[in-house]
Design a protein around this ligand. Sequence first.
Ligand code: PRP
Length: 217
Amino acid sequence: MEYLTFALAKGRLANKTLEMLEQVGITCEEMKDKESRKLIFVNEALKLKFFLSKGPDVPTYVEYGAADIGVVGKDTIMEEGRKLYEVLDLGFGKCRMCVCGPRDAKEYLQHKDLIRVATKYPNITKDYFFNKKHQTVEIIKLNGSIELAPIVELADVIVDIVETGSTLRENGLEVLEEVCPLSARMIVNQISMKTEHQRIMKIIGDLRAAIQKTEVL
Ligand code: PRP
């Protein structure tokens, strides 16, 4: 039997992902050692391998087949636009992609003004403004702390992830428009889906059942 390799996004989603995999018997004891500097972890009995990577790299590993399966946020899948199958909404890591800014910036959106939009997600932003809203905007790519942009007048609005809304509130900003809902998704390499069809479908089925069970509780 060949190894099935999982690429998991480091950070917020990683622990929740491991918890969910554990519920369906996909475990990796090696990964629990927080001191370890190892990059790849193996479960010999189940013929599984696991590695953690930066979120935006997960779809890349999966498209090229370096990982058969990935778990990553819908935001990253949309932004990266890789060739892969998105097979399951895991139901955790729920948040929203939104256009945010000071309240008076709402007017610029209604009048479709040529505004500046700061974001970590230029592709999602482009698609939203150009294709859905038919509004021409100038997009400024930033790498984090996006909420700073309207405060220091780098941009009129931002496109960013809103989870609890507290970062916005604490900085005098608000949600002006919702782009789309987000959550953690499972993705699969297109060739692995054929060559490892049975094993992968079993994992998807088990996870789906586990998700339904938690939804009922
Ligand atoms: C994300 C996002 C917002 C914040 C939203 O940032 O970009 O800044 O979380 O969460 P909230 O609605 O619960 O306040 P993250 O902490 O990932 O860091 P970043 O700003 O460097 O992207």
